[in-house]
Structure formats: structure tokens, C-alpha cells
Ligand binder design. Structure first.
Ligand code: C2E
Ligand code: CA
Ligand code: CA
Length: 676
């Protein structure tokens, strides 16, 4: 039989004065009863010593089980033998000694020590007195079967009471349910416990028949047996934990990539056998990186943890949601949603669910989601192909801001094999495959061209012209964003200088990346480029986002300050999408706010976007900044921006980004048009 004894750490309720008074009173009562009944005991010193050794050795070999830091050891076996062989007071004394000795090992808090003292001395005392009385009433005695049955029954009851009082106290403190604890802590060891109790009854028999030598021998066997059970339970627990880790994602508790792959393969096999169809989805969060960069990993992690159960609930029973890594999730819809229409509906529900705000420590966060779907067997008849194609669909959904996208073979050749981007990209730099397109920026009122934003593209030898969304993110993760930015800067500065030489006094805007803002060499490099192309510093505009500052504000602000000292102008790009505050904005030496296109493009259809655009224009002006609206897609929007007092505009309505020659033609046409 084992004993349980808790060590408490994190808990809800504190053991207050009431508990202290109760514990002290109860302990005093136990001591008084022990003193009064001390004569009713057999003080057999050799047996007492053997039992003390047994209990104390066992106490040191205890193991922890369950989530409650409950300990199981064989010391109870010795105590219960004491109850029957010696009587109440010696057993209580043994219990108290055992608890005090093992306290040296655990150093648990005083109130837990008192509780354990009370349980072990009180229960043993009561058990001893009860056993004596029962033997007396039944006229039983050693060498008789009913004597051993009575002992066995007493042991079982004591064991149960021991559990209830020790774990019950823990439950009282942390307000948890004793029933749940019984299932979690007690059930797994129940059979071993009962067997130990039977062994203890056997030890009792041997002791009575052979004497103290028999007790010592059996004691050794008991201690060894209990040690083996401990080892067994520990290794069982370890292997369960390993299995869990191997198949679940630690952060969210969802299935991990491995489990998802296995389930998907199983599903493929089953579907082939039944000639059934099904779909698989990959979900990637939008703007998650921003939460992570701006607010830190703690918020990002918390967001993922909150999101997991939402997705699971949305998918419903029979389906599987897994976290495949980072902010990417995989979904296997339940068999009830196996036709394309049902799968697409589910995907839209998932996007909507992911978009609902999540509150993390009083901060309301909102992310978006892009979903890619691949169907078995049309898009692939093995797990790998299905996953790859769902991935392609997901990226295409992300690029086009579609939300949900079903795999289409045509998108396949557009999608860059993401893994090879890095090695391909080195070559792109060497072979000059990067080009910069320019999108005009015009004065809202006079519609005169004021400058252009340089936007990078990759002329991939096999995949054709790639947009930045296809390669910037992986390039950012390597050290190659530095060379990319330098390349775009040099092209743009050279180009701007050329325009000026042709009589057009334009400026050029270049996008910076987070890593650029942490590079102390950037200001010097920019200064050298401006010098060598003879471009006045104020003709160069650098676009940064609020979130770039937040990853390492001190360093970033220092570099931003040095850039501003060069005379270069700074604008805050994608304004309105970040999580930083106006207080942060105030610290930046900026000249311009660029309202994000997600507010501008729909502002004539959506009242709330219009309000945001209007207030941002006013805010910018109040702070002494110029305001530019990007994503102007029609004449109506442009007119409205003019009445709202916006300074500059950029968007497809004016022109798409153009290759350098096309840009020169565009300017010629527009200047002619304006002059005519
Ligand atoms: P961004 O800085 O917000 O650039 C504007 C993007 O909006 C461009 O996409 C442009 O083509 C697009 N756009 C312009 N007018 C409209 C419009 O009326 N409607 C819509 N729907 N879109 C419009 P692009 O060229 O694909 O660039 C995407 C993003 O890639 C940029 O967003 C920027 O964050 C990044 N990027 C581009 N070039 C560079 C670069 O040289 N360095 C770095 N670090 N990032 C770059
Ligand atoms: Ca930009
Ligand atoms: Ca932008």
C-alpha cells in the first residue's frame, strides 16, 4: 500500500488563520488521546525500530504522480503494520516521525506540514484504537482468519481516508474537485495499492507466525516492491509524456505537423478504399508577424493559444486542427464536410472566426487569415502532394487578399518554391535579376506628379516577374535583405537623379525593412549613394512602418535619427495597421504619414474607413506632417481626398507601378496632358 502526501505550490486559496486554529486544535486532540491511551499499546522496541526504518526509507523513495504533486510512497505500509502490531499511540508516533523526517527532504510549507502531521498521526491513532476495539468485540485474535480479514479491511479504509484527507486538503486550497483528482491521481495506482495492502496483510501474518525477523525480511521485500512500482509508474508517465510531446504542439496543445501528416495519410488510404473525396486546408495568419514584432512573443504566443480552441470549435467533432509551425495551421474537415462546397463554407467560417478580436492582457488584437484548399483526389492522391498544393493555394490567397482559395493548377507555376528562394535569390543579386518599378505619386489638388515609390520585382528566369510578396518575407529572414535594400536604393537614387537631369524635379521613395533599421552602416551607405549620384538628400524619402520601430526601439530610433540628420525625409508607411501608439509616433522625426490602402481603397463604400481616412488626415496635419493616401483606385476617391485636404495620392487609378521606361513615357504623356 502507498501513502499520498502533497506539496503545494501554486494555489488559489491561502491557508488562513481558521485553518491554523483547526489544525492546532486537532493536533492537540490527537496528542491528548494518544497520551490517554498510551497504556493500551504494545511498546515493542525492536519492532518499533524495524517499522521506523521501513517507513523512513520508503518516504525517501516516494514518487510524484498526477498534476497535483502528490507523492506516493510505501511508508503507509509500515505505519499500518504499526497500527495492528503495536496499537494506536506507537503508530501515531511513527506517523509523526516519518512526516518530520521527510519534511527535511521536501521543506513544504508549515500549513502542509501540519496537515500531514495531523493526517498521519491522527489516522494511525484512530486506526489502532479501532482495530483493538474490533478485535476485542469480535473475540478475534492472531492465528485466525477473521483477524487478518479485519486487518485487511482496516488497511483499505485507512488508505482511502489517507487519500481523502491529503488530496482533499489540496483540493480545498485550490478549489478543485476531489472526484477529478481521484480519477487522475488515485485510479492509475489503485491496483498496485490494493496489491500492496494484500502484501501488508501477508507481512502481518509472517510477523505473527515468525516474529520480528519475519517483519524485517518482509519489510525489505515491501520496500523493494514499492520501489519497483515507483520506477514503473515513473517510466510509464515519461513514455506518456513523450508520446504526447511527439504528437502535440506544446504551445497550443493541438496536434502537431507529424500527427497531421499521419492522419492525412490515413484519410487518403480510407478515401481510396471507399472511393470518397475530401479536402485539406492550410491556414496562415495575416499580420501575425506584426503582433510578434510589435508587442513581443508573449503576445504572439498567447494569441495562438486563444486561437487554437476557436478553430477546433469551428471545425467541429470528427475533424482535426493542427499547428504546423509558426502561425500556420492545418485542418482536416470532418467527414460530414467532404464536398467542395461544404469545405469552402467551412474555410470562410474559419477565416471569420480567426478575424474576431482576441483580448490578450487588456489589449485587443486582431489578425486575419488566408486559407488554401486542396481536394482529394483531383488535386493530388497522396498526402505530400495535397499539402504542397494546399500551400500553393494558401499563398495565392495571401497574395490576392482573397481569404480563401482553392488550388488551381495555373497558380502552380507562379508560386515560387519557397525553399529554394534563398539560394535562387543570391544568384538574383549576382545576375542582376532584381528590377525596380516606379509608381507615380501625385499632388491631390493639382494632379501634378511629385515623385514615385520604387517597388522591387524579381525577373525570375523560370517563373517570370515576381511581386515582392513572393520573396521579401523569406529574404527578410536571412541576411540578404541588406543587399536587397542597397540595390533598390542605388537604382532608385540613380533613377531620380536621371529624372532631374531630364528636367523633372521628382523625389523617390524607398521601402525599408525591419533589419535595415538595425543596421548601423545604413546611414553612411545612403549618404555615400546620395553623394555619388548628386541627389539632394531631401529628394529621397524612406518609408518605414510603426512596427519596425517596436522590435528594438532604442537602436531603431537611433538609426532613424541619424537618417533624419542626413536630411533624408521619412514617412510612416501602412499607417493605421500597426499596434503602436501616438506616443511612439511623436518620438519619430517623420515628415509624412502614408494612410494604408486597406482604408483608402474602400473609403467610398465604407463609412468607417472614410472616418479613419479623414481623421488620419487631420491628425497628420495637426502634427505638422504631410499626408499621402495610397491605394487610390478611382476618380471618386481622388476627388474626395481633395476635399478632405489630403496632400498626395498614389494608386492604380493614377498608374500601376511602371518599369523605368514606361514611367518616363507616362510622365511625358501626363505632362503633355496637363499642359494641353
Ligand atoms: P507597400 O509599401 O504598401 O507598396 C504599395 C503596394 O501597393 C505595391 O505593391 C503597389 O503595387 C500596391 N498598390 C499601389 N496602388 C494600388 C492600388 O490602387 N490598389 C491596390 N490594391 N494596390 C496598390 P507591391 O509592389 O506588390 O509591393 C508590396 C509590398 O512589398 C510593398 O507594400 C512593400 O511593403 C514591399 N516592398 C516592395 N518593394 C520593396 C523594397 O524594395 N524593399 C522592401 N523592404 N519592401 C518592398
Ligand atoms: Ca511603401
Ligand atoms: Ca503601404
Amino acid at each position: 500500500m502507498g501513502t499520498t502526501r502533497q506539496m503545494d505550490r501554486a494555489r488559489v486559496r491561502t491557508a488562513g488563520r481558521g485553518v491554523l486554529v483547526f489544525q492546532l486544535l486537532a493536533l492537540a486532540t490527537v496528542a491528548a488521546v494518544a497520551a490517554v491511551t498510551v497504556d493500551d499499546a504494545r511498546w515493542d522496541v525492536p519492532r518499533l525500530l524495524v517499522l521506523a526504518t521501513l517507513t523512513i526509507v520508503s518516504a525517501f523513495w516516494s514518487i510524484e504522480i498526477g498534476s497535483q504533486r502528490v507523492k506516493v510512497s510505501g511508508s503507509g505500509l509500515g505505519l499500518m503494520l504499526g497500527v495492528v502490531l503495536l496499537g494506536g499511540s506507537p503508530a501515531a508516533l511513527l506517523g509523526a516521525v516519518m512526516i518530520l523526517v521527510s519534511w527535511l527532504q521536501t521543506r513544504e510549507q508549515a500549513h502542509s506540514l501540519r496537515n500531514n502531521l495531523l493526517v498521519y498521526s491522527g489516522l494511525m491513532l484512530a486506526g489502532g484504537l479501532w482495530f483493538r476495539a474490533a478485535v476485542h468485540v469480535l473475540h478475534s485474535g492472531p492465528h485466525r482468519l477473521d483477524y487478518y480479514l479485519l486487518a485487511f479491511g482496516t488497511f483499505v479504509v485507512l488508505e482511502a481516508l489517507n487519500f481523502v484527507t491529503v488530496v482533499g486538503y489540496q483540493c480545498f486550497l485550490d478549489r478543485s474537485s476531489l472526484l477529478v483528482q481521484a480519477r487522475e491521481v488515485f485510479l492509475p495506482v489503485l491496483s498496485a495499492e490494493l496489491f500492496s495492502v494484500a502484501l501488508t496483510a501477508g507481512t502481518l501474518f509472517v510477523t505473527i507466525e515468525i516474529g520480528t525477523i519475519g517483519l524485517a525480511l518482509c519489510g525489505i521485500v515491501l520496500v523493494i516492491f514499492q520501489f519497483l512500482i515507483g520506477e514503473l509508474l515513473t517510466s510509464k508517465r515519461r513514455s506518456e509524456a513523450l508520446q504526447r510531446i511527439a504528437k502535440t504542439d506544446e504551445l497550443t496543445g493541438l496536434a502537431n505537423r507529424e500527427r497531421f501528416r499521419i492522419r492525412l495519410s490515413d484519410r487518403v488510404v480510407a478515401a481510396k478504399a471507399d472511393e470518397a473525396t475530401f479536402g485539406v486546408m492550410l491556414i496562415d495568419l495575416d499580420r501575425f508577424k506584426e503582433v510578434n514584432d510589435t508587442l513581443g512573443h508573449h503576445y504572439g504566443d498567447q494569441l495562438l493559444r486563444e486561437l487554437g480552441p476557436r478553430l477546433v470549435e469551428c471545425v467541429g467533432p470528427g475533424g482535426l486542427v493542427a499547428r504546423l509551425g509558426g502561425d500556420e495551421f492545418g485542418v482536416l474537415p470532418p467527414p460530414s464536410a467532404s464536398d467542395p462546397e461544404a469545405i469552402e463554407q467551412l474555410a470562410h467560417r474559419l477565416v471569420a472566426r480567426a478575424q474576431e478580436p482576441i483580448v490578450v492582457e487588456e489589449m485587443t488584437l486582431q489578425v486575419g487569415a488566408s486559407v488554401g484548399i486542396a481536394h482529394f483526389p483531383t488535386d493530388g492522391d497522396d498526402a505530400n502532394t495535397l499539402l504542397r498544393r494546399a500551400d500553393i493555394a494558401m499563398y495565392s490567397a495571401k497574395d490576392g487578399h482573397h481569404g480563401v482559395k482553392v488550388y488551381e493548377p495555373e497558380t502552380d507555376h507562379h508560386s515560387v518554391r519557397r525553399l529554394s528562394v534563398i539560394s535562387d535569390f543570391r544568384r538574383a543579386l549576382e545576375r542582376d535579376e532584381l528590377v525596380v518599378h516606379y509608381q507615380p505619386i501625385v499632388d491631390v489638388r493639382g494632379a501634378e506628379v511629385r515623385g514615385a515609390e520604387g517597388l522591387v520585382r524579381w525577373e525570375h528566369p523560370e517563373l517570370g516577374l515576381l511581386p515582392p510578396a513572393a520573396f521579401i518575407a523569406p529574404v527578410e529572414q536571412t541576411g540578404l535583405i541588406g543587399p536587397l535594400t542597397r540595390h533598390v536604393l542605388e537604382r532608385s537614387i540613380a533613377q531620380c537623379s536621371q529624372w532631374r537631369a531630364n528636367g523633372q524635379d521628382l523625389s523617390v521613395a524607398v521601402n525599408l525593412s525591419v533589419r535595415n533599421l538595425l543596421d548601423p552602416n545604413l546611414p553612411v551607405q545612403i549618404s555615400n549613394l546620395l553623394d555619388s549620384y548628386h541627389l539632394p538628400a531631401d529628394r529621397l524619402q524612406l518609408e518605414i512602418t510603426e512596427s519596425m520601430i517596436m522590435s528594438d526601439p532604442e537602436r531603431a530610433l537611433q538609426i532613424v535619427g541619424r537618417l533624419s540628420d542626413l536630411g533624408v525625409r521619412l514617412s510612416v508607411d501602412d499607417f493605421g495597421t500597426g499596434y503602436s501608439s501616438l506616443a511612439n509616433l511623436k518620438r519619430l522625426p517623420i515628415d509624412e504619414l502614408k494612410i494604408d490602402r486597406s482604408f483608402v481603397s474602400p473609403m467610398m463604400q465604407d463609412e468607417s474607413d472614410l472616418i479613419i481616412v479623414r481623421s488620419t488626415i487631420n491628425l497628420g496635419h495637426d502634427l505638422g506632417l504631410k499626408v499621402i493616401a495610397e491605394g487610390v483606385e478611382d476618380e471618386l476617391t481622388l476627388k474626395r481626398l481633395a476635399t478632405l485636404g489630403c496632400d498626395l495620392a498614389q494608386g492604380y487609378h493614377l498608374s500601376r507601378p511602371l518599369a523605368p521606361d514606361a514611367f518616363t513615357d507616362w510622365i511625358a504623356d501626363n505632362v503633355t496632358a496637363a499642359a494641353a
